[in-house]
Design a binder for this molecule. Structure first.
Ligand code: SAM
Ligand code: DTB
Ligand code: SF4
Length: 331
């Protein structure tokens, strides 16, 4: 039922349908496999900002671009836990800590992040981290500390990757995902559109995601937030039709996965976001900042939920029907 043997032609046939047909098909799959009407509210916190040695062309945190992002070292534990508690009190059920690292290193900072993971987990939140590349042993330590999910995006297609990032390879990315999977941590991996890639690149990225040995439990779809000072600052904003194509195709290919409408909501009217939920998105990031860029706050999102009759989704529900994931009960 959850297919990992999709061919590229099959993915193309889905993706290139007239957009409303595609959305209608995705809405059908969404209804069959997911609790429509529920959207998970997640919150991000940049626990270590800026000064990153990588050259990701979209990223305001790369040291080599001058973006005006206020860099800071790893935040004190108390500050992070207080932010997690505030997120929980505002209705968030997943808390993702991001660090502008190329990779995890076995040092004091990593030990401190492990302590943060433990404490956020104790709050009853799905705790997620995005800390760059990691090895098997580091993934194991995160798992032991209580990490629920790890985010590591493919970002774009293998073909387009070197146009966007030269300081690491697509295979590095895939290896990290393998280590996360092997440690029994829930995999969160998706991409960004609006980087100057073609539709073929978008199709290829979706194909890579849905033919991994197991579907990621979570696939974030980000629209590029163009940031001044980065090489992609002048990229035109992506349209809702492009977001819909990505979200709907992801939903059809990976019916059991949480598809997350991620970066790019700040400029999206509620009507456009509603279409994304119809097409299969069932999660948002809420709170006035993503990692470094503005995002709708909890109040704005609460109003949107009221208007659309959406319910916030409970924690620990991203278990594909018909599969045992992380040893949890099937829903
Ligand atoms: N440094 C780690 C890494 O790259 O894996 C973790 C943090 S990094 C900022 C997490 C993800 O944020 C990136 O993989 C990318 O998909 C997304 N991202 C960063 N800047 C973005 C932007 N301007 N617009 C949309 N998404 C962005
Ligand atoms: C993801 O796919 N999107 C989030 C989360 N995973 C880490 C990050 C979006 C960052 C947008 C740019 C910024 O705020 O710095
Ligand atoms: Fe560094 Fe991550 Fe930004 Fe790339 S996306 S520059 S690795 S913080």
């Amino acid at each position: 039922m959850l297919r990992t043997d999709w061919t590229l032609d099959e993915v193309k046939a889905i993706y290139y349908q007239p957009v409303l047909e595609l959305v209608a098909q995705a809405a059908e799959v969404h209804k069959q496999h997911q609790a429509t009407g529920e959207v998970q509210v997640c919150t991000l916190l940049s626990v270590k900002t800026g000064g990153c040695p990588e050259d990701c062309a979209y990223c305001p945190q790369a040291a080599r671009y001058h973006t005006g992002v206020q860099a800071h070292k790893l935040l004190p534990d108390a500050e992070v836990i207080a932010a997690a508690q505030r997120a929980k009190d505002s209705g968030s059920t997943r808390f993702c800590m991001g660090a502008a690292w190329r990779e995890i290193r076995d040092n004091r900072d990593f030990d401190r992040v492990l302590g943060m993971v433990e404490q956020v987990n104790e709050l009853g939140l799905e705790v997620c981290c995005t800390l760059g590349m990691l090895n098997e042993y580091q993934a194991e330590r995160l798992k032991q500390a209580g990490l629920y999910a790890y985010n590591h995006n493919l970002d774009t297609s293998a073909e387009h990757y070197s146009e966007i990032i030269t300081t690491r390879t697509y295979d590095d990315r895939l290896n990290t995902l393998e280590h996360v999977r092997k440690a029994g941590i829930s995999v969160c991996s998706g991409g960004i559109i609006g980087l100057g890639e073609t539709d073929e690149d978008r199709v290829a990225m979706l194909h890579t995601l849905c033919t991994l040995p197991a579907h990621p439990e979570s696939v974030p779809v980000n629209a590029l937030v163009p940031v001044e000072g980065t090489p992609l600052a002048e990229q035109p904003r992506v349209s809702v039709w492009e977001m819909l194509r990505m979200i709907a195709t992801a939903r059809i290919l990976m019916p059991g996965t949480m598809v997350r409408l991620s970066a790019g909501r700040q400029e999206m009217p509620i009507s456009e976001q509603a279409l994304c939920f119809l097409a299969g998105a069932n999660s948002i990031f809420s709170g006035e900042k993503l990692l470094t860029t503005p995002n709708p706050d909890f109040d704005a999102d609460r109003q949107m939920f009221d208007l659309l009759g959406l319910k916030p989704r409970k924690a620990f529900k991203d278990v594909p029907v018909g599969a045992t994931v992380l040893g949890k009960e099937l829903v």
